[in-house]
Design a protein around this ligand. Structure first.
Ligand SMILES: [Zn+2]
Length: 340
């Protein structure tokens, strides 16, 4: 069992650019050994978060990076294991006294697709949650949370002199460009990445990835002076990920070990679903090779419990298709990239 402590790779003292795997588990159900998926890119004292699974706020603080450095958060998709701590960034990280969030944070994430995929044939689904708006996007998710937490927020602004929490959230809904023809029912179309954000340290592009039935579901590419860092989001093997990760210095890729779930008796329909929307480790290696990536880090690892599938087994599977460096992600693992 890995210790709940920072693991270090490279010389961090002289490194302005690093990626920290804050949480590395797949799935919403908590497992021992890993927490919900989230990754942090730090560039010269400014940080950028990709996803906010459960435990993100705690891991952020444990990483030693000040939450006040957070400039922007990028949500790959709205499955709960990627956003359980998204509002908690603000609710718990709402800072005073020089700690925590004190200035607005941009949040980029899927917009409202205004459609749900068809339900499974032969299955009568439960009544819709929130029938007036059953597919809220990122900005609606956050606005709804502000409303639900009004009592706490109002108390703290009225009696503890906090600035308004809502003013710290600068949400931007992302939808694929119209000319891709992508819709909630469409197969993920081949497409070129499109720019969603740029400042003086990073240029961030997104592409649709293949994670049915979730739509839209994005991967993100960060270009910096010290390298290119790509996060696959949740996806089955897809050419868009190869394109997104072209020439990357680091590809942080999701993975699921489907034979493990078969071995513990998961029904075939569920195994088929995993196969249609996630990537086996052997394919992670192939995708990294085809993209010409230098290094791969596995995150969003299923099963998350490191006793179920060993690091050696994960690494061997990825290396079957990839000759570069492979990191099997554990929470708080840091990867440093020297200044160019
Ligand atoms: Zn997902």
């Amino acid at each position: 069992m890995p210790q709940d402590a920072t693991q270090l790779t490279g010389d961090l003292r002289s490194t302005r650019t690093r990626v920290i795997l804050l949480g590395t588990a797949a799935g919403p159900y908590p497992e021992p050994g890993r927490q919900g998926c989230a990754s942090l890119l730090v560039v010269g004292g400014r940080s950028y978060l990709v996803d906010a699974g459960y435990g993100t706020v705690r891991k952020f603080v444990q990483s030693g990076v000040m939450m006040s450095s957070l400039a922007a958060t990028f949500v790959t998709h709205l499955h709960s294991d990627h956003v359980a701590d998204l509002f908690n960034l603000f609710l718990l990280g709402w800072g005073t006294g020089g700690h925590g969030l004190v200035s607005p944070v941009k949040v980029f994430g899927p917009g409202n697709p205004h459609a749900l995929p068809a339900s499974t044939p032969g299955v009568t689904p439960a009544p819709l949650a929130n029938p007036d708006n059953p597919s809220p996007g990122t900005s609606e998710l956050l606005a709804g949370a502000v409303g639900a937490w009004a009592y706490d927020l109002n108390i703290r602004t009225r009696y503890n002199s906090r600035t308004g929490l809502a003013s710290l959230i600068e949400a931007h809904d992302v939808l694929p460009p119209a000319d891709t023809g992508a819709t909630a029912d469409a197969v993920t179309p081949d497409m070129e990445p499109f720019v969603v954000f740029e400042d003086d340290r990073v240029r961030v592009s997104a592409t649709l990835v293949k994670h049915p039935p979730v739509f839209p579901s994005f991967g993100y590419r960060f270009e910096t002076e010290d390298g290119v860092f790509v996060f696959s989001g949740d996806t089955a093997p897809h050419e868009n990920v190869v394109r997104l990760a072209a020439g990357a210095d680091l590809l942080v890729h999701e993975t699921m070990h489907i034979p493990y779930y078969a071995s513990i008796g998961y029904p075939q329909a569920l195994l088929d679903f995993f196969e249609s929307s996630h990537t086996p480790p052997e394919d992670v290696g192939r995708i990294a090779r085809e993209a010409g990536a230098r290094q791969v880090a596995l995150s969003h690892i299923g099963p998350g419990d490191p006793r179920e599938v060993s690091d050696r087994e994960w690494r061997r599977a990825v290396r079957s298709g990839f000759g570069g460096e492979v990191v099997v992600g554990h929470d708080l693992h840091q990867l440093a990239f020297p200044q160019r």
